[in-house]
Design a protein around this ligand. Structure first.
Ligand code: ZN
Length: 155
């Protein structure tokens, strides 16, 4: 295992053991749930979007594997305090990272060449997940659930 892979693994374990923004928000916060039947992961997301279109607060509940829970924790830290537009950019960047690599399945050599356009910080720790297609749904679960939450909050 390379030094970078070690670092990525540590970031994932850290977010799994000490999840950021864990909890609930009272109404009128928007509440959405996501479920990944392939792995049994559950995610509950609460968001507040203020009158300026800022994702002023986010809380995460649920349970599941380390990939699903650490991805949700990293996501919450990445989008909290951002505008909805900025959050959607981060969501797009993360999904691109997961799908660009997903499209390269069976061709490991092309994996290292694709770089996300958005600076994803710690989220890049999840890049290695694309080598395990069954885990991609674990990593993207919270992101799809957040997209749904934003749609509902801004409808
Ligand atoms: Zn999972």
């Amino acid at each position: 295992m390379s030094g970078l892979e070690e670092l990525y693994k540590e970031i994932i374990i850290d977010h799994y053991r000490s999840p950021r923004n864990k909890g609930e928000l009272p109404p009128p916060a928007t509440r959405t749930e996501g479920f990944n039947p392939l792995c049994g992961d559950e995610i509950v997301i609460y968001i507040d979007v203020d009158s300026n279109g800022v994702l002023s607060d986010i809380k995460i509940g649920g349970q599941g594997c380390s990939i699903s829970q650490s991805s949700a924790s990293m996501m919450s830290a990445a989008v909290k305090g951002k505008t909805v537009a900025e959050a959607q950019e981060i969501i797009g960047g993360f999904k691109a990272m997961m799908s660009v690599h997903g499209d390269a399945l069976g061709d490991p050599a092309s994996e290292a060449t694709a770089e996300p356009e958005v600076d994803l910080g710690d989220l890049e720790a999840l890049k290695g997940v694309v080598k395990f297609p069954v885990r991609i749904k674990c990593a993207t679960l919270s992101w799809n659930t957040l997209t749904q939450a934003i749609d509902e909050a801004t409808a």
